[in-house]
Each structure stands twice: as structure tokens, then as C-alpha cells.
Ligand binder design. Structure first.
Ligand code: NIG
Ligand code: FE
Length: 405
């Protein structure tokens, strides 16, 4: 991984989206020692600050490096066949209940070696990086045994060493019931709580723990056991909740101080209130909504009213969102969920970082780590408006330009 550069680097005349909003006028941005050292309007050129700086870019739009706070990037195989089945009218739930869906990816992932998983996942990671991602979360959940869940987490950590990117890892042992535990879901939850979580914590392989709280996943009572184990091991909590039905999983997660509740199409007002009170971020996953051709919209207006921060993520996974293009997610968040472009971009920067508990990332402010994107566009809203690969001109990770075209 490149170390940060010690020389001063200057960007001139950029339109800045600072993580929450576009700044009023063109700015100069100075980076030093891996951090943002100066940010001032271009018309008031600061000679003293810029002294000795190397100019590395000018013009265009600068945003924080994008934060993809919810991905299942590590897996083997693919599910193109199920895509065709769904187009013929078979539902995601029916496919899952017949042993396909998540379990189909589990079969492929269990037999893959770490190196094979790296080889399968790197192109997906590279696609995210080429579209501006500097921080991402990667979940396990296609192993469902202690050893194969840890294998997935090790692969996720290794991916973060192979590329200039921050990877946070999440143990999603409670993703689906593996076939060997059929009819014994509570016993499987015991395996997650008593063995997987302690092992992942001991080996420092997981930053957080996630669950799939759903009819085809785990009940709220089972998820609560997982949250208690996560808490006991000092791991952050996240939940896939209210994706296909309303079981109250988001409110439950909020009661456990969850960083985020994700999907949330079926979230009701009580759930929104619980999230607002706990400071739990709402992670919107428009890719999964789009691919599953869902019709139930997440309660965007209620989330706004209660001031719940909304993050937007790719949910990149082989079943419900085989899409590795974060700026497309910004577009879908606007077209499908009617977020404003400003909200969608905040969802992929400041609020995405918050959904990972990273409060100094996802923003352009003096003192923040210099994870930045320079885009060949004129206004930040264009990132959500147009769907077009190749607009990233420079990607800066930890103060180092790691990509330039
Ligand atoms: O975020 N909802 C559950 N988990 C994933 C999908 C996993 C899969 O189908 O492989 C999701 O949509
Ligand atoms: Fe997911």
C-alpha cells in the first residue's frame, strides 16, 4: 500500500461537495501528510499556505472518496441462472426456500480457496475503485461454518492490503440457515453466538456483526441473541431488516445501538423513531430494490422528518445486486427513491462513513484524512444525474494519488 506523501499537494479551482453539500464557490484544496491541510476560495489565493505545494489538479468536481458501507463483495460463482428464473416470475423467496439463493452462493464459496476468492473478488473491487470508492465494508455470510466465515473475512482483509482502500469487515454468520442445520435454527444461532463471533473477535477479523432479520432469514428473537453476543465481544452491530416484510428488526437493532439498519423498505414510523433516538443510520440499497423489481418504497419522507441520516450503498452481491458501480447507486437512489442528488451524494460520503462508525471520513474538511475524488464534471449533481463510467480523473487515498487519467 502506498504511504502518504509528505510533500504539499494543491488542487485549484475545484467545485467541492464536502460530504453534505456543495460549497458556494470554487475552492483550492491543499493536502499534506495524508490530510487535508487547507481549503479556501480560489479567488483569495493563500500564498503562505500554498508555498512549496505541487499543483496536481485543477477544475472539475472534488468529492470525498466514496464510502460503500454495505457490500457482499467476496463470493464464488454467480447466480445468472436465478436472474433468468426471476424474470420468468419465480420470486426471490421461493428460490431461497428451494435451496437456491444465498445457499447457492454458499455452496460455491465453501469449496473455494482463499486465493480463488481473492481472484474472483478483485475485479469487483477494482470496479468500485475505478468509480471512486476509497472505503468499503465487506460482509461474510456465504460460508455459514466457523471456518468458512473466517475464511471470507480473511479474504476481505487481504483485499484491503492488495489495493489502496480501507476495508471494514462484518461477520454475517446469521445470513441464512445452512442445510446441515435444517429444522435447528436455534442451534445454528448458538454456533454463531458461541463460536463464530468469539473466533472472529479473537482473531480481529470482524469490525461488526450483521444479521438477516426476515422470514427467510432469522427471527427478531434469534437476531437479538446475535446482537447480545456481538455486544459482549465489543463488535459494532448492523442489520438487514425490513427488506421483504416488517418484523421490527430495525427497531430491535436500534435498541442495541446499531450503527445502521439496511434495506428498510417495510420500515414503519415506530421503527424510524427508534432509529432516530438511537442515532442509527438508514442504509438505502436501491440496487437490490431495482434487481428484485420491488415496489414497496422505503419511508424516505419519514426518515427526513425524523432526521435519520440516509446512507446509500451498492449491496454488491451475487443475488440481489450484482452491481459494482457506486455512482449508478446514486442515480437509482434518486430515480427510484426520490432522494435529491445532494442527499444521494451525502449518502455515499458523510452518511456512508457514519454507517461504519467512521466520523472523520466521507468529508472534505481541514484535518480530515485526504481520501478524495476529482471528477471530470462541472457540478456534483451530475454524478447522480448521468450514468457513465470513466468520469473519475483522480482518486486520492490517504493523500496519495492512486489513480489518474
Ligand atoms: O443484502 N438480504 C439478504 N442479503 C443480501 C442478498 C444476498 C444474496 O441474495 O446473495 C442482500 O440483499
Ligand atoms: Fe446486503
Amino acid at each position: 500500500m502506498p504511504m502518504h506523501s509528505t510533500s504539499k499537494q494543491l488542487w485549484r479551482d475545484v467545485q467541492v461537495f464536502d460530504g453534505l453539500a456543495q460549497l458556494d464557490e470554487a475552492m483550492n484544496v491543499l493536502v499534506e501528510d495524508g490530510r487535508i491541510a487547507g481549503l479556501w476560495p480560489s479567488r483569495t489565493f493563500d500564498e503562505a499556505l500554498a508555498q512549496g505545494a505541487v499543483e496536481v489538479g485543477s477544475g472539475g468536481v472534488m468529492t470525498p472518496g466514496l464510502v460503500d458501507c454495505h457490500t457482499h463483495l467476496v463470493y464464488a460463482g454467480n447466480r445468472a441462472g436465478e436472474f433468468e428464473q426471476r424474470l420468468e416470475g419465480v420470486s426471490y423467496e421461493t428460490i431461497a426456500r428451494n435451496g437456491g439463493g444465498i445457499l447457492s452462493s454458499v455452496r460455491a464459496t465453501r469449496t473455494a480457496s482463499e486465493d480463488e476468492l481473492i481472484a474472483a473478488s478483485l475485479p469487483r473491487l477494482d470496479a468500485l475503485l475505478a468509480d471512486g470508492v476509497t472505503t468499503l465494508e465487506i460482509k461474510s455470510g456465504y460460508g455459514l461454518t466457523v471456518e468458512s466465515e473466517l475464511k471470507m473475512l480473511r479474504v476481505a482483509r487481504r483485499l484491503g492490503e492488495l489495493r489502496p482502500v480501507r476495508v471494514l469487515t462484518t461477520l454475517l454468520g446469521a445470513h441464512a440457515l445452512p442445510p446441515e442445520y435444517a429444522g435447528r435454527a436455534d442451534d445454528y444461532v448458538s454456533l454463531v453466538c458461541d463460536e463464530m463471533i468469539p473466533a472472529a473477535a479473537r482473531e480481529r477479523l470482524a469490525d461488526a456483526v450483521d444479521v438477516f432479520c426476515e422470514g427467510i432469514g432469522f427471527s427478531p428473537a434469534q437476531c437479538e441473541r446475535v446482537f447480545q453476543a456481538a455486544r459482549a465481544h465489543g463488535l459494532a452491530i448492523k442489520a438487514h431488516a425490513e427488506q421483504l416484510s416488517n418484523l421490527g428488526g430495525s427497531a430491535l437493532a436500534a435498541r442495541y445501538g446499531a450503527l445502521s439498519a439496511d434495506h428498510i423498505e417495510y420500515l414503519d414510523e415506530a421503527g424510524v423513531r427508534a432509529m432516530a433516538e438511537a442515532g442509527t443510520v438508514a442504509v438505502l440499497l436501491p440496487g437490490a430494490f431495482h434487481v428484485l423489481r420491488e415496489t414497496q418504497l422505503p419511508p424516505i419522507e419519514l426518515l427526513r422528518q425524523y432526521g435519520v441520516p440516509m446512507a446509500v450503498a451498492s449491496d454488491a452481491n451475487p443475488g440481489t445486486s450484482p452491481i459494482c458501480m457506486p455512482t449508478l447507486m446514486a442515480n437509482l437512489a434518486c430515480t427510484l427513491f426520490r432522494l435529491t442528488p445532494r442527499e444521494a451524494l451525502a449518502g455515499m460520503t458523510a452518511h456512508g462513513a457514519r454507517a461504519l462508525g467512521l466520523h472523520d471520513l466521507g468529508c472534505i474538511a481541514v484535518g480530515a484524512p485526504a481520501d478524495l475524488c476529482l471528477w471530470g464534471i462541472r457540478q456534483p449533481a451530475e454524478l447522480a444525474y448521468a450514468v457513465q463510467a470513466g468520469r473519475l480523473r483522480q482518486r486520492v487515498f490517504n493523500g496519495v494519488v492512486t489513480y489518474a487519467r
